[in-house]
Ligand binder design. Structure first.
Ligand code: VG1
Ligand code: CO
Length: 556
């Protein structure tokens, strides 16, 4: 094949955020937008990538199939030897991480804007993962951005479109494209983590039931082969199980607002024992029991506390645990009790990878419905569901059929009895004007600077206040300005940060938590318990004054 040099010019704003580059689809389909970024990626990787094999796939959203063909041309044009592509351009984010690891690929590209809606008028996105299967670190993403600002040339190979609907290899001289089944490596990895025969035995108990809502997103392609095929679940356990380019017009974000059908079912008389949902690209998860919601912050804590007993992969104990800074302190208490190494990282999965590569962390999580472990280097929605299945199977192993099953709620209540409960909530103010959001953060920086230990904020006495900064314990890299936080003497916290995954304007996130070990309060409503501290947060930040908003767009 021949490689054409095509002139181009820099396009503004191709800077990646918390998780890759995300923009409106129309921006990505504008001339050279995608090709410029991919070319800049290869410019950043340089000689190192030449002759290597990379993975490619995505969450099934609109424009992915076309994007594959463009990416293949730029990859071949830049000396990549081979691209392994998921059939139909499908590859869930954790599945890509598993693919990279199992096949020792140089890296992989994931076409996804995660939980953001898809379609011609919605969002598109792309992300590069490195050789351990982890999201590229900031030193690489900064370098890519640098090249997008000076790019003048695209190296495009002239290739015919590759048929993505069939598994098999297509050769173009020295360049090769292999279309693969997107479940193989991922399921092989999951089988190393969990006891599939035991899960199958539990899944097929007549008194157990599961409903998994794939939200018409990528896990639709995995849920049937996994829960029905491998584990013997009933076909009607899978809801919205066909991936669609626009996710059926929905918002593929597994939370109480967007997964409303599942939520309704779980609070009805027909509620199954376990309910779960996953997001656009399959890395997030929501776990529900009958009439019960497990907050993501609690979920990671419960999984960590039960992992050794319930999941074969962790039978020798955990190396350590980690959570992102705004995630509640529930996991901290588990780490303390079990005597585990514990790490608090900035938001975004890229910070967990180094800890895992250095054997310092086995399980980690974020408040934003992200839970995962060191079997891959991404959060993993299906893994989280299998972890909960394993815990349920373990807790019920002595319960005879027809006996009273230990429920999801029982497991969490029991956890709170041992560790106490961290009441937690997140308020999102979406679509705020960027300038106003920045002004609010500046104002908060001022409050921090003039605050002192012992100062009263509403009912709370300050311990420390800062803008969170993280020094990576492995490579020493520093990430600054990761969120303004007020930590009070009773452990309560107020945190503000700006989202790094939006495609337009700014989103302010307010995270609030308090703690109790008073068992009589465990069943109280978090919103009620948090009312006073939320009032304090709004007062301190002058959020309403800066943004004009008197309520958030989403509460989780
Ligand atoms: C959000 C979440 C963060 C998560 C990120 C990517 O980022 O808060 O915890 O890692 O999305 O998740 P931000 O910067 O908007 O707060 V996903 O499922 O979009 O890959
Ligand atoms: Co996601």
């Amino acid at each position: 094949f021949t490689v054409k040099s095509v002139p181009t010019k820099p396009i503004e704003g191709q800077k990646t955020g918390t998780s890759g580059l995300r923009k409106k689809t129309k921006v990505f389909t504008s001339e050279n937008y995608l090709a410029n970024w991919i070319q800049s990626l290869f410019n950043a990787l340089g000689e190192e990538a030449v002759g290597k094999t990379i993975g490619l796939g995505g969450d099934g959203r609109y424009f992915n199939k076309e994007a594959v063909q463009t990416i293949l041309r730029v990859a071949a044009g830049n000396g990549i030897a081979k691209v392994v592509v998921g059939k139909d351009a499908i590859m869930a984010t954790p599945a890509m991480s598993a693919l990279i690891r199992r096949r020792s690929l140089y890296g992989g590209l994931i076409m996804s804007a995660s939980h953001n809606p898809g379609g011609p008028d919605e969002d598109w996105g792309i992300k590069f993962n490195y050789s351990a299967g982890e999201p590229a670190p900031e030193k690489i993403t900064d370098k890519i951005f640098g090249f997008t600002e000076s790019i003048l040339e695209l190296k495009l190979a002239e290739l015919a479109d590759v048929d993505l609907s069939k598994v098999g290899t297509t050769r173009f001289g020295s360049f090769e494209v292999e279309v693969v089944d997107y479940t193989t490596e991922y399921f092989d990895t999951l089988k190393e983590v969990f006891d599939f025969p035991a899960l199958r035995a539990f899944m097929t108990r007549p008194d157990f039931s599961l409903v998994f809502d794939a939200m018409h997103a990528v896990t639709g392609a995995y849920a049937n082969p996994l829960f029905v095929g491998e584990l013997g679940g009933k076909p009607d356990s899978i809801r919205n199980g066909v991936p669609l380019e626009d996710f059926g017009g929905g918002h593929p974000d597994p939370n109480l607002t967007y997964a409303h059908d599942l939520v309704e079912l779980m609070w009805s008389d027909a509620a199954p024992v376990l309910g779960a949902a996953s997001d656009g690209d399959g890395d997030r998860n929501m776990v529900l029991g009958s009439h019960f919601f497990v907050t993501p912050s609690d979920s990671v804590a419960v999984i960590a506390a039960n992992a050794q007993a319930a999941i074969p992969y962790f039978k020798d104990g955990l190396k350590g645990v980690a959570r992102s800074m705004p995630t509640s302190g529930a996991l901290d208490r588990v780490a303390q009790k079990l005597g585990l190494q514990f790490f608090e990282t900035p938001t975004g999965w890229k910070f967990f990878g180094n800890l895992m590569d250095a054997d310092k962390c086995s399980i980690c999580g974020e408040e934003s419905f992200g839970t995962g472990a060191d079997h891959v280097r991404e959060k993993d929605g299906m893994w989280a569901v299998l972890a909960w299945l394993s815990i349920l199977a373990h807790k019920n192993k002595d319960v005879p059929e027809g006996g009273k099953l230990v429920s999801v709620k029982d497991i969490v209540m029991d956890h709170w009895k041992q560790f106490g409960r961290n009441f937690y909530s997140r308020y999102d103010y979406e679509g705020v004007e960027s300038e106003q959001a920045n002004k609010m953060v500046q104002h908060l920086e001022g409050v921090i600077a003039s605050s002192s230990k012992g100062q009263k904020f509403g009912d709370y006495v300050l311990e420390t206040a800062d803008n969170f900064s993280y020094t990576d314990p492995i490579d020493g890299s520093v990430a600054k300005g990761q969120g303004v936080r007020f930590v009070f003497q009773d452990g309560s916290r107020i945190i503000f940060r700006l989202s790094g995954t939006g495609s337009a304007g700014a989103t302010i996130r307010l995270y609030i938590e308090t703690y109790t070990d008073d068992a009589s309060k465990f069943e109280l409503d978090a919103q009620e318990v948090l009312k006073s501290i939320i009032g304090t947060a709004l007062e301190v930040s002058k959020l309403q004054e800066f943004t004009g908003r008197d309520k958030p767009t989403v509460i989780t």
